[in-house]
Design a binder for this molecule. Structure first.
Ligand SMILES: Cc1cc2nc3c(=O)[nH]c(=O)nc-3n(C[C@H](O)[C@H](O)[C@H](O)COP(=O)(O)OP(=O)(O)OC[C@H]3O[C@@H](n4cnc5c(N)ncnc54)[C@H](O)[C@@H]3O)c2cc1C
Length: 392
């Protein structure tokens, strides 16, 4: 046995670092395991964070590569919808730097960080790790699974699976675009969307995610930027995005946070905001449990209640929108873009649009009679039914 900690956190991404830091700040003994040599590498992210999400990460501005004010939604059939808030709305960050900064903050708060050390298996109230220090056994009060999309902690704990897992592919390319606007290409992928994000003069981060055919849709999408001219891709990112949270995210002294719990937003695939918010709730509940010395499921269940109360409804609505999106054709999408291209609607989008909490703008749009025929009865009945139930 190589030690006992109140909390062992598996995974040094944004969710794990935040949970470790907030537990350490309460005076708990914390050990964080990260299987890689450096946090945030390999990068598996586009790095687009709302201002609120960036704020939640509590990192210096040196992580920011670019700042955007709005978006252009581009249909492959022609219509384009632009909205520009005229003020900063989101940052594009360097995830490798962001993750390293967040982990350094956890260390400064007192968490013991063990790099190149992987969670291997659980044995009662201990875990077995493998890595640079060889095989070790660490006992814990609470085990936090912040180990991302392929969470071994979740698998070992027999937790239910997330509803879907998207595959994402992305490349940084030479491409001149409006440096203040993100581009969304809704029909670049048959069931999700593609993006082009400005990352500096003459450079863009271009990617897409989907449930299927990503290996064929991605090169086709890149072709929209390269045209007939050949351009080498010298930077490629691939990764999985679990959406539709696991039906249970706690139990038997384990809490799951972030991608390990399937908390990425089904409308955007973004998971940093929800992961860090969940980590806050987890740290609070763990603090209470450790102070009382009680670790039963009843003692840990407030974690799931708290994150569901915070953003669970947004994830449920997002999942329904995702299901509707999967049924849409490029023609349907072009029709929606044309219908939204109205000054009053664009004003609504600019004032109510929130990347992290899209419920507000969806509710607003769903009550606009001029959009009923285009949004179709599915979205309308879905949204209004939920509205009546006060799910927003
Ligand atoms: C192509 C793509 C683009 C994306 N773009 C965005 C975006 O623009 N904005 C956004 O908010 N989100 C985006 N996401 C999602 C975002 O990357 C994740 O939601 C986010 O990283 C989740 O953070 P996390 O800390 O929960 O998990 P992760 O960041 O995945 O961290 C998990 C950590 O656990 C470690 N680990 C795994 N297994 C073990 C083990 N057994 N032992 C020890 N350590 C282990 C890993 O090495 C990793 O460091 C994107 C994802 C992809 C794939």
């Amino acid at each position: 046995m190589t030690g006992h900690f109140d909390v062992v956190v598996v995974g040094g991404g944004p969710s794990g670092s935040t949970c470790a830091r907030l537990c350490a700040e309460q005076g708990l003994s914390v050990c964080l395991l990260e299987e890689h040599a450096s946090a945030g590498i390999p990068v598996q992210c586009a790095g687009l964070l709302s201002l609120a999400a960036f704020e939640e990460c509590s990192v210096p501005d040196s992580c920011i590569i670019a700042t955007v004010r709005g978006a252009r939604i581009v249909s492959s059939l022609g219509p384009v919808l632009s909205f520009d808030a005229g003020v900063p709305k989101a940052h594009v960050v360097d995830r490798a730097i962001l993750d390293r900064e967040m982990l350094a903050r956890a260390a400064r708060a007192g968490a013991e960080i063990r790099m190149k050390t992987a969670f291997f298996r659980r044995e009662g109230h201990s875990i077995v790790t493998r890595g640079i220090r060889g095989k070790e056994e660490i006992s814990f009060g609470v085990l936090v699974g912040a180990d991302g999309a392929a969470s071994r902690v979740a698998r070992e704990s027999g937790m239910p699976r997330p509803a879907h897992v998207l595959a994402g592919l992305q490349a940084d390319i030479a491409w001149r675009m409006d440096e203040g606007l993100v581009e969304i290409h809704p029909d670049a992928s048959p069931d999700f969307f593609g993006w082009a994000i400005p990352i500096g003069p003459g450079r863009a981060r271009v990617g897409l995610a989907g449930l299927r055919d990503v290996r064929t849709t991605f090169p086709r999408f890149l072709g929209r930027f390269f045209g007939d001219g050949h351009q080498a891709t010298v930077h490629l990112v691939s990764g999985a995005i679990p959406i539709g949270p696991r039906a249970r995210t706690y139990g038997n002294r384990v809490l799951l946070v972030g991608d390990a719990a399937g908390m990425a937003k089904p409308t955007s695939g973004g998971g940093v905001y929800t992961g860090v918010r969940a980590a806050r709730h987890a740290a609070h509940v763990i603090g209470e449990a450790v102070r009382k010395g009680k670790f039963s499921d009843d003692d840990l269940s407030p974690y799931e209640k708290a994150w569901r109360a915070d953003f669970g409804r947004e994830l449920s609505l997002g999942l329904r929108l995702f299901e509707v999106r999967r049924k849409m054709t490029p023609g349907d999408i072009a029709g929606i873009i044309r219908a939204l291209d109205d000054p009053a609607i664009i004003r609504d989008i600019v004032s109510l649009g929130d990347m992290d909490r899209p419920g507000k703008i969806v509710r607003r749009l769903a009550t606009r009679p001029e959009l009923f025929p285009l949004l179709g009865t599915i979205i309308r009945s879905m949204v209004l039914k939920n509205f009546n139930k006060n799910i927003f």
